[in-house]
Ligand binder design. Structure first.
Ligand code: FES
Length: 212
């Protein structure tokens, strides 16, 4: 089970556009500069300044390599940096769950922080809370394990239904029909009693439970 929700950030797309534009502009400028230098070198070569032309060709090659390297480093960092970053996890308050009916998955929407990197606004995520008569409690994400469509609880079916390819899950999140290969992910969660009100409060982490 993947440890973290697929949380692609808007800032990632902005950064990708930025680096693509920088790299494209760099290629155009370098190409134009190289063409001018080559033209000049050819003239010098024909005029007999072969030593100077060779020296200039070497210096130009080194300069172009250095410029290419300087342009590439930020892009390489953007592409491969996430492999070495540790996503920051944090607890998010879901709310008072005392009124959640037993045996009925009940959706809450939370503002979920999306981890490391530059500050980005939290995103809305759904937490389905299920309480069972024996006191067991689950907190499912609504992300289908087939191709990450959003599932919803269908009260007529008494099952979670994925609208994309008809995937079905029972109320415990177990995949029971269609293409989903595994159960619904469950958020890492904890409950506590609010000392001021005596109500039960649920919190989840921006991380899935790996035990399922
Ligand atoms: S994405 Fe849910 S069944 Fe395919």
């Amino acid at each position: 089970m993947t440890a973290f929700a697929p949380l692609l950030r808007d800032s990632d797309f902005q950064a990708a556009w930025y680096y693509s534009a920088v790299i494209f502009a760099g290629i155009v400028l370098i190409g134009y500069g190289a063409w001018l230098v080559l033209r000049r070198l050819r003239i010098m070569w024909r005029q007999g300044d072969r030593g100077l032309a060779a020296a200039l060709a070497g210096a130009t090659t080194v300069a172009l390599l250095m410029i290419t390297l300087m342009l590439s480093i930020p892009a390489i960092g953007f592409l491969f940096g996430p492999l070495f970053q540790k996503r920051q996890t944090t607890w998010v308050r879901v709310g008072d769950i005392d009124n959640v009916p037993v045996g009925l998955p009940t959706p809450f929407v939370v503002k979920m922080p999306i981890g490391s990197g530059p500050p980005t606004p939290p995103v809305d995520r759904v937490v389905y809370v299920l309480k069972l008569a024996g006191g067991e409690m689950f907190s499912f994400a609504n992300t289908c394990t087939h191709m990450q469509c959003n599932v919803h609880w269908d009260p007529d079916l008494g099952q979670f239904l994925c609208p994309c390819h008809g995937g079905l899950y029972d109320m415990r999140g177990t995949n029971i029909g269609g293409p989903p290969p595994s159960p619904l992910p469950q958020w890492v969660h904890r409950t506590m009693v609010d000392p001021a009100t005596g109500r039960t409060i649920l919190e989840v982490k921006n991380q899935y439970d790996e035990s399922i």
